[in-house]
Design a protein around this ligand. Structure first.
Ligand SMILES: C[S@@+](CC[C@H](N)C(=O)[O-])C[C@H]1O[C@@H](n2cnc3c(N)ncnc32)[C@H](O)[C@@H]1O
Length: 257
């Protein structure tokens, strides 16, 4: 019986990872609403706390040498927006997320860290950012592109709201090439993580969807190509977390004001 349920969960998660458009958006919104209260704890457990260092690195890279406002798209509980707000040169950071539940968790975190005055957490859709062209010195997105109903549209929006000379930075789980590492990580992603998700977040489906969504996501090289085609220069990436995560970046082409 338990085994049947497990098989059903995992095949449901596989199907859901293949969704596109409005259906995917509904599925993802429902999933993150369910797990929002345990989201931070699960990140700490799944990455043994390493996601905090990756987010610090991402914010440092995004803001490096720039001054002005910054935006973190699909901010969840706000970690990256808060990291951006701490960077020298960043005068204000915006953290935007589709889900009011996530926004309110992010606001509480900003308040408890004494950063409410330098960060604005707000609801909004990454596919249609409520900001004029060139509003920000830099834009980041962490572990969210995979969940977007339209990855290209989400990236185009980030590029649009960054000013020429500004930077777009993406931190995301990345499909691994077949080999020893991917063989070693397969049971962790497809067995251990869904099990922890079931026990800690009470949601096996959500954490079975996670590895499936990685399998269906763009390989690092293809994501870099997409960023270049969307008008970024000096696009590059580096791998983190034993190759499970990729940090991409690029500079928006055009005349800075
Ligand atoms: C895996 S969480 C990442 C949260 C955070 N960036 C982090 O690194 O911990 C994905 C987030 O994307 C948000 N999201 C999904 N679709 C979105 C959309 N269309 N616009 C804005 N946020 C969205 C979800 O609500 C969720 O908080």
């Amino acid at each position: 019986m338990t085994c049947n349920i497990k098989v059903r969960w995992s095949s449901l998660a596989r199907t859901m990872a293949e969704l596109q458009g409005a259906e995917k958006q509904r599925y993802v919104a429902d999933l993150f609403s369910r797990i929002s209260g345990r989201y931070d704890l699960m990140n700490d457990l799944m990455t043994l706390g390493m996601h905090r260092r990756w987010k610090r690195q991402t914010a440092a890279l995004a803001a490096q040498g720039l001054s002005g406002p910054a935006i973190d798209v699909s901010t969840g509980t706000g970690d990256l927006a808060l990291e951006l707000a701490r960077r020298p040169g960043i005068e204000h950071a915006v953290g935007l997320d589709l889900l009011p539940k996530m926004v309110s968790l992010a606001e509480s975190k900003a308040e408890s860290r004494g950063l409410s005055a330098t960060v604005t957490m707000m609801s909004g859709d990454a596919l249609s950012l409520p900001f004029a062209n060139g509003s920000f010195a830099c834009a980041s997105a962490g572990f969210s592109l995979r969940n977007m109903p339209d990855v290209k549209q989400a990236l185009s929006e980030m590029v649009r709201v960054v000013r020429p000379g500004g930077r777009v930075v993406i931190l995301e789980l990345s499909p691994m090439k077949h080999g020893l590492r991917s063989t070693l990580f397969h049971p962790i992603f497809h067995g251990l993580i869904p099990m922890i998700g079931r026990l800690v977040a009470g949601d096996g489906t959500a954490y079975s969807y996670l590895p499936r969504s990685v399998d269906h996501f763009l390989e690092a090289e293809r994501l870099a190509d997409m960023l270049s085609r969307l008008g970024l220069a000096e696009v590059d990436y580096r791998r983190l977390g034993f190759g499970t995560v990729a940090l991409h970046w690029g500079i928006k082409v055009g005349q800075a004001n």
